[in-house]
Write a protein that binds this ligand. Structure first.
Ligand code: AMP
Length: 474
């Protein structure tokens, strides 16, 4: 996954970048980094760990300049080595460059091989370095950033939301299918782009709009320069951003994530009503879904599990054993709410089944009589190649077990996943404009031998639709 941010402002941007990354922490906890430019020098600092642990006041004061980009990393490709921490920085033809990327390129092996054959040396194993190299290579030919990014976008296949600092300019672009989110905001004295609108909120800024799929923008002091580089017949926004990954208070492609999750809760109740004493979320990921279910059913909402807020996400644990122990550490039952009660327990998704199995056990041990699991995503049957850390088919519990088998495997009284149709209605974006690869095994672009329903992408790079949008009145 990963979170990215870029800011251009009249004052130093290191603290605003830090606050924005803090707001995007849920998108990646492995490492964090910031690069800035003050008109002469590129400053950078990056390290493994959470944003608050990586940076302190002294470090931020040393990152000078009114232009900068930042990144939080959740590795889906490339090893967890210090070299892979972003932003990736280099100097090219006297220009200082920093690049940060959220997404996953499916043709990365071919691209890397092609550039290595030409004698290119790579210092990392990330997609980001390859993107930086392609842009530099194209810029060498045209000496024009818009053309260089346009040529680069023709080469990239997969999901990519990218921020790039080129001396004191901050550029950002989004893949033609708009798979990963990216939005634009106005700060007090400048402009910013970020993976999610919560980063704009964190700076007291105002949300302007999403970066359009296939669009390249440049943040200027007096507005945003826009270049429509490519256009696709349809988009392929990731459904998992709405179900699980994004913060509920973010607005992505026009939809408030909290409302989508509440709608999912309503639909879960309509599709699989059940009589029970209480509706309870798996915190925090199932909270909005459970609020929706409770609203629709009239059954009282009561928390049955309390989360220890100081633990990382369960998925980060390296082994199955560690993951199982971690679930118990992380969530404790409220016995007084559970004894002899029937419970509707709502989570956003079941991936391997570890969390649900453990939780059903925990609430049953605490006295729950019945545990009806309701899940805010349809059964996850196939891996994600486009940026979500979703394991291989062999590890996905629903890849070869049907609903009844999954229900007995996790020990629930009943189990229902939202249907794909209801999920799409809850999101409110047409089916053809969403990526549902992890649910259907059919992807919006060609990936190895997987089934695919490709979107037609037209490159309009020869006649860029450029324009300066000014937002001084907002
Ligand atoms: P599992 O235990 O493998 O079934 O994982 C399901 C739990 O992990 C749910 O509670 C989700 O909130 C959470 N989850 C789902 N997908 C991911 C992901 N890609 N990364 C981290 N956590 C996830």
């Amino acid at each position: 996954m990963c979170g990215i941010v870029g800011i251009v402002d009249s004052g130093d941007v290191s603290f605003p970048l830090y606050y924005a990354l803090y707001a995007l922490q849920h998108r990646g906890q492995e490492s964090a980094g910031i690069a800035t430019y003050d008109g002469q020098t590129l400053y950078k600092y990056k390290s493994q760990g959470l944003v608050a642990d990586v940076f302190d006041k002294e470090i931020l004061c040393g990152l000078k300049g009114g232009a900068g980009i930042g990144h939080v990393r959740y590795p889906t490709t490339g090893e967890k080595i210090p070299e892979n921490i972003q932003p990736f920085t280099f100097t090219f033809r006297g220009r200082k460059v920093a690049v940060a990327h959220n997404g996953n390129l499916v043709n990365i092996v071919n691209l890397r091989e092609e550039y290595e054959k030409r004698g290119q040396i790579f210092c990392t194993t990330t997609d980001t370095e390859v993107i930086g190299n392609i842009i530099a290579d194209e810029y060498r030919v045209s000496l024009n950033v818009v053309e260089a990014v346009g040529m680069c976008m023709r080469r990239l296949q997969g999901s990519y939301s990218v921020v790039m600092m080129l001396d004191d300019e901050v550029w950002a672009f989004r893949d033609p299918l708009g798979i990963r989110p990216l939005c634009i905001g106005r700060t007090e004295c400048g402009y910013m782009v970020a993976s999610e609108s919560v980063a704009i909120d964190a700076l007291g800024g105002s949300f302007i709009r999403d970066v359009r799929p296939g669009e390249l923008v440049c943040l200027k002091g007096n507005g945003i320069e826009s270049h429509q580089i490519a256009e696709a017949s349809h988009r392929a926004h990731c459904i998992f951003e709405y179900v699980y990954f994004a913060r509920p208070d973010s607005v992505i492609d026009g939809r408030l994530v909290y409302d989508v999750r509440r709608n999912i809760g309503h639909s879960l109740c309509e599709e699989a009503p059940v009589e029970a004493d209480l509706v309870s979320p798996v915190p925090d990921s199932g909270m909005a879904h459970a609020a929706g279910y409770a609203e629709e059913s009239g059954i009282r909402y009561r928390e049955a599990l309390i989360k220890n807020r100081y633990m990382g996400r369960t998925f980060i644990m390296p082994t199955q054993e560690a993951r199982e122990a971690a679930v118990r550490m992380k969530l404790n039952p409220v016995r007084g709410h559970l004894k002899d009660r029937s419970l509707i327990l709502i989570d956003d998704s079941i991936v391997r089944g570890t969390t649900s199995r453990r939780l059903v056990n925990i609430v049953r041990d605490a006295g729950a009589r019945e545990v009806h699991m309701r899940i805010g995503s349809p059964a996850i049957k196939a891996p994600c190649y486009l940026g979500v850390d979703m394991p291989t088919r062999g590890e996905l519990i629903a890849s070869d077990l049907d609903n009844g088998e999954v229900c007995s495997s996790i020990g629930a009284t009943s189990l229902h996943h939202i249907s794909i149709g209801a999920l799409i209605r809850a999101i409110g974006i047409p089916k053809e404009d969403l990526c549902t690869g992890c649910l259907t095994g059919e992807y919006p672009l060609a990936i190895g031998s997987e089934r695919c329903c490709p979107r037609e992408v037209t490159c309009v790079a020869k006649h860029y639709q450029a324009g300066l949008e000014s937002f001084s009145g907002e």
